[in-house]
Design a protein around this ligand. Structure first.
Ligand code: ATP
Ligand code: MG
Length: 343
């Protein structure tokens, strides 16, 4: 990564384990990916497969009983060390540098805006606080930037809205205000964790369009988490399909839809209501994501997989295999044929 300037963020062999009374939960278990400048990486998978923990690990927003290993390499985009690479996995999560990076280099928007906003402060106070932390100490100027930002995310009467509390805004408006707050520190990486799931379908479409406009206008790269392949098709350039704490398929969006290779990806595609009908939870893959503790050896999708071969898939762990340029798959059958399970 040090030499490839187009890579903004590289995650290498990330392992986030929760040390619980009942044992070790391997929420993220050996995840690697890279985010290139100007691109959107989509992370998709069913509930509980480790999407959120992966991105929460990047910002180190983890409980104390979580242990993190691996490398999280970020190319700094501002400040004196602009252009150099820091390993966030080795940085003090409570230190000054990390504080600057959260919001100033990498920002996050959540599924539920009430998580990001405090209910007892006005929207304006919260957005200006972020601006003053990352951009200017000047109160008046920060207020002006906040007004402009709220306007740019499509909120009418922004100056007046700044004086309102989060509960006074509608769901769609709150989501827009959270996006405004997230981009207020001019991050180069924006992580969006299911940012539209809680919204109704027409508002979802508007928010997705807004995110794409802002990405272009602010020169941001985006990590977009969703359970919805329809949204992936619309938003992502590259896609990581996650299952049971691991990436099982990693490809450009074109490759993924043209030639899905992992049986799990294919099952997700078959479970899509339609390419246009967004917003429904994936329901029709039989069985469920295993609990990520004391997993049996072999492929964690084994018990749900229509292609599984006894004695092969339930034996040992399988690595990611490259099946074509920009396309990797973690499947013993793909390893055998070199082409993926679908073919
Ligand atoms: N704070 C926590 N303590 C213990 N286990 C946790 C914690 N946070 C997440 N987990 C577990 O880690 C695993 C991965 O969770 P994660 O939230 O990353 O899933 P997800 O893919 O984001 O799911 P969803 O689509 O429901 O948001 C799950 O088994 C979850 O129960
Ligand atoms: Mg999640």
């Amino acid at each position: 990564m040090a030499t490839d300037e187009s890579v903004l963020l590289e995650v290498r062999d990330l392992r986030t384990y929760f040390h619980l009374d009942e044992g070790i939960m391997k929420a993220v278990d050996g995840v690697s990916f890279e985010l290139k400048r100007g691109r959107t990486l989509g992370i998709v998978g069913e509930s509980g497969c480790g999407k959120s923990v992966t991105t929460l690990s990047i910002l180190h927003l983890l409980p104390a009983f979580a242990k993190l290993e691996g490398d999280i390499l970020l190319r700094l985009n501002k400040g004196e060390r602009k252009g150099s690479v820091v390993n966030l996995a080795k940085l003090n999560p409570r230190g000054k540098e990390y504080q600057r990076i959260r919001g100033g280099e990498i920002a996050m928007i959540f599924q539920e805006p009430m998580k990001a906003f405090s209910p007892v402060h006005t929207i304006g106070n919260q957005i200006t606080e972020s601006i003053r932390l990352h951009r200017t100490r000047d109160k008046k100027q920060a207020r002006e930037i906040a007004t402009e930002l709220l306007g740019s995310v499509g909120i009418s009467n922004p100056a007046q809205r700044l004086n309102e509390y989060p509960h006074q805004l509608s769901g769609g408006m709150r989501q827009r205000a959270m996006i405004a707050m997230a981009i207020s520190g001019l991050p180069s990486v924006l992580i969006a964790d299911e940012p539209t799931t809680a919204l109704d379908v027409t508002i979802q479409a508007q928010v997705l369009r807004l995110m794409n406009d802002l990405k272009a206008g602010h020169d941001m790269s985006v990590i977009f988490i969703t359970h919805d392949l329809g949204v992936i098709a619309e938003m992502a350039d590259d896609v990581a399909v996650m299952y049971a704490g691991k990436i099982v398929e990693y490809a450009t969006v074109e490759k993924l839809f043209q030639a899905p290779a992992h049986p799990y990806t294919i099952a997700l595609m078959n479970a899509m209501p339609s390419m246009n009908g967004r917003g429904e939870r994936l329901a029709s893959i039989e069985g469920s994501v295993p609990i990520l503790m004391n997993l049996k050896p072999g492929c964690p999708f084994f018990s749900r997989c229509g292609h599984a071969v006894k004695g092969l898939c339930d034996r040992s762990e399988v690595g990611l295999t490259q099946v074509s340029p920009n396309h990797w798959v973690r499947c013993a059958l793909a390893n055998q044929t070199g082409q993926g399970a679908a073919i």
